[in-house]
Design a protein around this ligand. Structure first.
Ligand code: 5GP
Ligand code: MN
Length: 331
């Protein structure tokens, strides 16, 4: 499949590369690494993500190449979708992209819908950046510092700094190879984890204070409202990683972060739009829970969006905790 995809990409005259809205380090890293690689092969590429790039990732080489607007989508003959479990994860451009003649789906999510004509979906890969690394290897292309920094950042962030259950041998061997190319782990860590705005730290305080626990202690809920963001002068991206605090509480098997979305008022005033992030200790498959709500993800990290009132949503999430007592599994 890799050879076929490389053939398709090198035979295309205009290639669009895109990753999921509200991107994380892997969505940005895999997009940049493959974009730079194809460009070095002489391809005309356009890099697209509908959201602003979070401040902590703006140090990445060539990050300014990522466009927020998708002009004239009909000029592309091939679209490469990175880190998207479903085509809709790309956001508002989904229909324009669906009309591009050839779609290549490169991803590592267990819930990947296998959209597109070419699939490079490896659910055992620690990150989409691992798959992109292998693709660049089979192109016979020499790694440069820009690609290496992007791949290293993708793997570092998606494995939670080599702590999450998706951390595999490849995470270490690829990152070691990226360090050999010249990536400085302390520099990347300083950008990604060591340069928070004061507002972000204040938001952490509010988010920690919002934590509630189910009566059996197995489920925690953290809430980040629009009001908390405006009170602290922060952006939605500043909530990235906060859920890990709710997850690491003793006896908690599932943690949920309820994130109120912008302009989220629904049909009635009480109903709003929320994104719910789920994390588990590995004993519960949260991707199945998220799929039941129209979302998806991995066993230990998944998410979905809903329209609801906050009280109703909390009740729905608390109901999940009933199956979590003792050592039994959900579903
Ligand atoms: P997060 O909670 O950080 O937004 O996402 C956790 C994992 O679940 C990520 O791998 C992400 O791609 C996936 N995910 C989050 N929200 C959704 C969603 O609405 N649909 C799908 N298919 N996957 C999601
Ligand atoms: Mn991602």
């Amino acid at each position: 499949m890799m050879k076929k995809i490389i053939q398709q990409l090198t035979n295309s005259s205009r290639v669009l590369l895109a990753s999921h809205a509200n991107p994380d380090g892997d969505a940005i890293g895999s997009l940049l690494a493959l974009g730079i690689a194809l460009e070095r092969l002489g391809q005309a590429v356009t890099l697209y993500n509908e959201s602003a790039i979070p401040a902590v990732y703006r140090f990445l080489p060539s990050v300014d190449r990522i466009q927020k607007q998708l002009a004239d989508p009909e000029r592309f003959d091939t679209a490469v979708m990175l880190d998207c479990g479903g085509l809709d994860r790309v956001g508002s451009a989904v229909e324009a992209i669906a009309a591009i003649p050839t779609i290549v789906n490169i991803d590592h999510h267990a819930t990947n819908t296998r959209f597109g004509q070419y699939h490079l979906v490896d659910v055992d890969a620690c990150a989409t950046s691992e798959i992109v690394y292998r693709l660049i290897q089979s192109m016979g292309l020499e790694m440069n510092l820009a690609m290496a920094t992007a791949i290293y950042t993708g793997i570092l962030t998606d494995t939670g700094s080599f702590r999450f259950s998706n951390t595999n041998r490849a995470a270490f061997s690829i990152c070691e190879a990226m360090v050999a190319v010249g990536v400085k782990p302390s520099t990347v860590a300083q950008h990604v984890y060591g340069t928070y705005s004061l507002g972000r730290i204040k938001l952490l305080n509010l988010a920690l204070d919002s934590i509630e626990i189910s009566h059996n202690g197995s489920l925690s809920i953290m809430t980040v409202t629009r009001e908390m963001l405006s009170d602290t002068g922060t952006q939605p991206e500043d909530a990235d990683g906060l859920i890990n605090y709710a997850r690491r509480i003793q006896d908690v098997k599932v943690a949920a972060l309820i994130h109120e979305l912008e302009n989220g008022n629904g049909v009635s005033k009480r109903r709003k739009r929320f994104h719910v992030s789920l994390r588990s200790d590995g004993s519960v498959d949260v991707s199945r829970i998220a799929s039941n709500f129209g979302g998806g993800g991995h066993t230990a990290a998944a998410g979905f969006s809903v329209e609801s009132s906050l009280a109703e949503l909390k009740k729905t999430i608390y109901n999940l905790s009933e199956g979590l007592g003792g050592k039994c599994h959900l579903n």
